[in-house]
Design a protein around this ligand. Sequence first.
Ligand SMILES: [Zn+2]
Length: 97
Amino acid sequence: MKKIICPVCGAEYTFQEIFIPSNFMGNITNVNRDNNGKIIDYIGKDMDLKESYRCDYCDCKFNVTASIDFICKSPVVDFKKEHKTKLNRPQLKFKED
Ligand SMILES: [Zn+2]
């Protein structure tokens, strides 16, 4: 679990205690893209990664900025090579007489 720590007294908070989900996530409803899938513009409110909070233990006010990265990976698929798909469950085998 990621913790948010008061910079004055060290009290620990969860993300859910500090951030307001609707503000954090934003609300984008309409995204316009070009022919290559690049975003041109959108309607709505982007993510708000900053929040302030008054500590329950020392009463100081502190600011929190979330840092989010999106890691996108794709396996390089060579369709010329033989491809095997791994199954999570054992394969059933049937004997034919
Ligand atoms: Zn504190």
